[in-house]
Design a protein around this ligand. Structure first.
Ligand code: PAF
Length: 279
């Protein structure tokens, strides 16, 4: 695996893949890799000849009071995991390489970015869309893979790729979970043992609410049930919402639905989501 930190070197490596007629998959990450990321790399290997993984903790997607400074950084361990998983290139630009002096452009995906996470994290999805647009421009992959755990992020990126005619296939990979059901996330590293035990209430609450809805229960009741379960476990809920799985707007009869939640336990904010099958 080549580890590359300069854009000129990245372009050379990619040019040699393209000259050999090889297809390229991109897995964008912020590092602190876990089995969820490895599932993205596996899926990428099945879809393209070459796999580029980026690690870049993107300052533009963190609000002023968020966890940019304490976001886990584990370069050596990440690099070992990616080499073992068969990634071809680790693209690890510095902040200066990604956003050189004079950088002023922002990508904003209207509508869908303002809901849910967007309503609680002002500017977050503009930061995500901007860096992903840059990564897409730098790597020009045939396919890019993102985890379904960040379900709204996936929807925002799909919208951006379609709106801008980027010609990149955006693939969502199912959430990987610990044995008790907690979605794998780099932010799980923040949880102390007691919080880690209680955190399982998040997937459980979503599961219980989804089953209530699938049996024909009213949305208000199902969401209140989930909110109660989260409160009992010591979570403060930012939102829990039943939405259309594609637009993330109000659900409409006959269309796929998704239940999304964000909740805080101690100093850690977790998100998760599940599919809801039609009743
Ligand atoms: O999901 C993430 O890790 C980040 O939001 C992403 C897509 C790498 C953009 O910084």
């Amino acid at each position: 695996m080549q580890t590359i930190r300069q854009l000129v070197a990245l372009r050379d490596a990619l040019a040699s893949f393209r000259a050999a007629g090889e297809s390229i998959a991109l897995v964008p990450t912020m590092g602190a890799l876990h089995d969820g990321h490895m599932a993205l790399v596996d899926a990428a290997r099945r879809r393209a000849n070459r796999v580029v993984v980026s690690i870049f903790v993107n300052p533009k997607q963190f609000g002023p009071n968020e966890d940019l400074a304490r976001y886990p950084r584990r370069e050596m361990q990440d690099s070992r995991m990616l080499a073992e998983a068969g990634a071809d290139v680790l693209w690890m630009p510095s902040v200066e390489e990604m956003y050189p002096d004079g950088f002023v452009t922002a990508v904003s995906v209207g509508g869908i970015s303002a809901l849910l996470e967007g309503a609680h994290r002002a500017g977050h999805f503009d930061g995500v869309a901007t860096v992903v647009a840059k990564l897409f421009g730098q790597v020009r992959p045939d396919v890019a893979l993102f985890g379904e755990k960040d379900f709204q992020q996936l929807a925002v990126i799909r919208r951006m790729a379609a709106d801008l005619d980027l010609g990149i296939e955006v693939v969502g990979v199912p959430t990987q979970r610990d044995d008790d059901g907690l979605a794998l996330s780099s932010r799980n590293l923040y949880l102390d043992p007691d919080e880690r035990q209680r955190a399982v209430a998040l997937p459980r609450a979503l599961g219980v609410a989804a089953r209530t809805l699938e049996k024909g229960g009213a949305a208000d009741e199902a969401l209140a049930q989930a909110r109660d379960m989260l409160a009992q476990a010591g979570f403060e809920t930012d939102y829990i919402a039943l939405v259309d799985a594609e637009t993330l707007a109000e659900p409409e009869p006959g269309r796929p639905m998704r239940l999304l939640a964000a909740a805080r336990i101690g100093n850690t904010r977790l998100i998760d989501n599940v599919a809801v099958l039609s009743a």
